[in-house]
Design a protein around this ligand. Structure first.
Ligand code: T4K
Length: 391
């Protein structure tokens, strides 16, 4: 790691990069390897590798109790979990979603012939704007999928009110919100159900994995069947199903990582505060804040580059990449600007000014256990030199 003190130290000006090895936004956090190997050994001895094994069952119970929710239905990834929740809720026709989200939120609908209708976000929160949701309701609308972007809760009370008024189903893509709360209540307890992702790049991972959490007994049972081809008993299939099962080795990783989850959150919080200090007072640069009265996982460090910043967002990204800091433009350019949605709604950008603004201004910075404080300080000092030097 090289010190960056002036413009002459910057890689875009011909100096060697600040870091020898690339820094990634989604570097996995990995708990005790010994504990993982022990669970893997026991799994091999049992010869039970998938199909609702004991590790998956234990994992489900621990995730449910961590979120204070009745049911956790573990799946092979967050996208399949979204698809199964959507199908179990009988969503059809049109479903309102934000465009400012990972493409999986929209794809999970389109994959089953449902039209995602994009509502704008509030540029201050990056989450759905309830008034924009109201504007997109038509006779074909059957539901709303809110996203708790960056782990900060969507406007759950307002969305519930809209859903109740219009008799719409409401569920959440909570892929970012493992371990977060809203109004003191853990995520997992809002809407009909909420979908978690345990992908390797999430702060809590099961290699690949996901789950639907819900307090609805019937819904949970339907999803349990659907993730296993809808087999009810040995030779009896009762409705359409798929293969969405979590495997035992993924649950083993989850159990081990659950033991480490509080310490990972503490590291993320420390990194967040170190970035906040390192980036303070820079013209046009701000860091998205978390409500400290809630539980947060701090897994995304979201920097916004405003119009007053002397450098463009893309120039900052280019300069960071030259230093081996692989910052990301999540979720640029917005789902509505990617196919097939671009062809479906060619004029959508006019309806989504908040989405366009935020998608053009965000830089997500590396954090997690792969980043110590000195690395975070070094990334912040690169940005300081860049912005102050106005290169
Ligand atoms: N809804 C929302 C709101 C989501 O954000 C996501 C997933 C989903 C639904 C769907 O859940 P899953 O079906 O994925 O469970 C990554 C993840 O693949 C994706 O899971 C995640 N959101 C999204 C925000 O980020 P990419 O395209 O950015 O991945 P990639 O391959 O560029 O990796 C990101 C960085 O992490 C790279 O710099 C490399 C590094 N990395 C990655 C992996 C896999 C590592 O260092 N080690 C690794 O093992 O999508």
């Amino acid at each position: 790691m090289k010190k960056i003190e002036s413009e002459n130290d910057l890689a875009i000006n011909g100096a060697p990069p600040a870091f020898d090895q690339p820094l990634h936004v989604g570097r996995p956090n990995i708990g005790s390897r010994e504990a993982f190997m022990k669970l893997a050994g026991e799994m091999f001895d049992r010869r039970w590798l998938t199909n609702n094994g004991p590790l998956v069952q234990e994992f489900e119970q621990r995730v449910a109790s961590y979120h204070g929710v009745k049911h956790c239905v573990a799946m092979c990834n967050g996208t399949i979990a979204l698809e199964i929740a959507i199908r179990a809720l009988n969503l059809a026709g049109e479903v309102i979603v934000p465009s400012y989200t990972f493409i999986a939120t929209a794809h999970a609908l389109s994959w089953q012939g449902i039209t995602p209708v994009f509502a704008d976000i509030d540029p201050h929160t990056h989450n759905l704007d309830p008034e924009a949701v109201r504007r997109m309701i038509t006779a074909r609308t059957t539901g709303i999928i809110g996203v708790h972007l960056w782990g900060r809760a969507a406007p759950v009370e307002a969305l519930q009110q809209i859903a109740d008024e219009h008799e719409l189903k409401l569920m959440y893509d909570a892929a970012h919100a493992f371990g977060c709360s809203h109004g003191g209540k853990m995520i997992g307890n809002f809407g009909a159900c909420e979908v978690l992702s345990f992908h390797a790049t999430k702060f809590f991972n099961t290699f690949e994995g996901g789950a639907v959490v819900t307090n609805d007994d019937e819904l949970a049972e339907t999803m349990r069947l659907m993730r296993n081809f809808s087999f009810s008993g040995f030779d009896n299939v009762i409705h359409i199903g798929t293969n969405g099962k979590m495997i035992e080795i993924a649950a083993a990783m989850g159990l081990v990582n659950l033991d480490a989850v509080e310490s990972v959150i503490a590291t993320n919080k420390r990194n967040h505060l170190t970035y906040r200090e390192g980036l303070s007072g820079l013209q046009g640069i701000s860091l998205l804040a978390f409500d400290e009265t809630e539980r947060n996982n701090y897994q995304y460090v979201v920097m916004e580059v405003g119009e007053e910043c002397p450098l463009s967002r893309d120039r900052i990204i280019e300069a960071l990449h030259a230093e081996n800091i692989l910052a990301r433009k999540y979720f640029w350019p917005g789902c509505h600007n990617m196919k097939p949605y671009l062809d479906l709604y060619p004029g959508a950008c006019l309806m989504l000014p908040g989405t366009e603004k935020v998608a053009d201004s965000v830089v997500v910075l590396p954090t997690g256990t792969a980043m110590d404080s000195s690395m975070v300080k070094a990334v912040a000092s690169v940005i300081r030199v860049l912005v102050k030097g106005n290169v």
